[in-house]
Design a protein around this ligand. Structure first.
Ligand SMILES: Nc1nc2c(ncn2[C@@H]2O[C@H](COP(=O)(O)OP(=O)(O)O)[C@@H](O)[C@H]2O)c(=O)[nH]1
Ligand SMILES: [Mg+2]
Length: 346
């Protein structure tokens, strides 16, 4: 399949500065009669939640009424997260108290799902609570494309545009789990989704009509599931992505990334099954798509990687003819040449 994603990337990739005229943004939002809710999922985020709430409330509610609602949905923090968020004026909910008869699940995705029920906005914007360099752009950069483009429905954040080094271009894109797991999987089975620079970013703005019709993994699979399911319903055209410059947040250690990858794989494999994407004769794509930065621009690069396989040597005629004969004792119980050489189940 010949796939050219560059036109999509040009038209659907924004920089937050395009939406920095907040008076104009609010005017257009009000003209359309849209309402917008912010959801911040939390678990023990007392260090960062206060500043997030203060900045969004003062800039995007009082000064420019872009947000109609600021909600913190908490997974049962044992620190002062809920108390601090409430003291700065957020609506604070315990995830377990929303739709309580459906039982309690632990994980970020659970809170994002409960937000659809609890919050009122036509658009919901999700922002992680552990961002250390918070700024109003995290919100207006994501809702801006939805306000100005009625055909867009799902806007993802990306960040950390890296610099081109003198010895070449530093390859970039997402974090480690994105580059090692999600991008190769998308390259194989959903090549168009490789146009999304950071598929696992925790910040996105979405229209309610989309959120209410897709399932939500409760843990780390939620972003991957969203991309696949929204893509299957609407195609790539409804997605957009916004460069939010730098984001500083907690860094996870490698073992935590393993847990994240494990959840993502479960989510992914379930979709492979549901969409019947893997059958005995599935042809794999051999193009891996990554991003690199060239002259300060993101550029999609393609690598053809074909992992061909050689058969077991004991199926090769020439090998069978010259194979050294082993000693009689060793020979007992051995399989005939040509039979599968993998160990059998015990
Ligand atoms: N890990 C985790 N995060 C949660 C949970 N509930 C809410 N969160 C919030 O989800 C957001 C993302 O979590 P984080 O650990 O930073 O994930 P990462 O940014 O993908 O590495 C943060 O705001 C957390 O406070 C939960 O049960 N587990
Ligand atoms: Mg984080």
């Amino acid at each position: 399949m010949k796939l050219n994603l560059n036109a999509w990337i040009r038209e659907h990739t924004f920089h937050h500065s395009r939406f920095a005229d907040l008076a104009a943004l609010v005017q257009e939002k009000e003209r359309q009669g849209l309402s917008i809710s912010l959801c911040i999922p939390t678990l023990n985020e007392e260090k960062t939640i206060g500043k997030e709430v203060v900045i969004f409330k003062s800039e995007l509610m009082h000064r420019y009424p872009l947000l109609d609602e600021i909600a913190v949905i908490d997974s049962g923090s044992t620190d002062r997260t809920r108390e601090i968020a409430a003291s700065f004026g957020a609506d604070v909910y315990l995830s377990s108290e929303i739709l309580p008869h459906l039982g309690e699940r632990k994980g970020k995705g659970e809170n994002l799902w409960k937000a659809i029920y609890q919050l009122k906005g036509d658009i919901i914007v999700y922002i992680d609570a552990d961002i250390k360099n918070i700024h109003p752009r995290f919100v207006y950069g994501l809702v801006g494309p939805l306000i100005y483009n009625p055909s867009l429905k799902y806007i993802k954040a990306f960040y950390d545009r890296p610099l081109a080094f003198s010895q070449g271009i530093r390859p970039t894109g997402g974090g480690r789990v994105t580059e090692i797991l999600v991008r190769p999987l998308f390259s194989l089975f959903f090549p168009e989704l490789t146009a999304i620079i950071q598929p696992l970013s925790g910040e996105y703005a979405v229209r309610r009509e989309v959120l209410e019709q897709i399932p939500f993994p409760i843990g780390y699979g939620v972003e991957t599931a969203h991309l696949i399911d929204v893509y299957r319903i609407y195609g790539l055209e409804v997605f957009g992505q916004t460069d939010l410059d730098q984001r500083v947040h907690r860094n996870q250690e490698t073992r935590a990334l393993g847990k994240m990858a494990f959840g993502i794989l479960q989510t992914f494999l379930r979709r492979m099954e549901a969409y019947e994407l893997l059958t005995p004769n599935t042809e794999f794509s051999t193009i891996l798509r990554q991003f690199q930065v060239k002259e300060d621009q993101f550029e999609l690069v393609e690598y053809r990687i074909q992992e061909e396989e050689r058969p077991p040597m004991n199926t090769i005629e020439e090998y069978i003819a010259k194979r050294p004969t082993s000693s009689p004792r060793k020979k007992r119980g051995r399989k005939k040449a040509g039979s599968p050489s993998l160990p059998e189940d015990a």
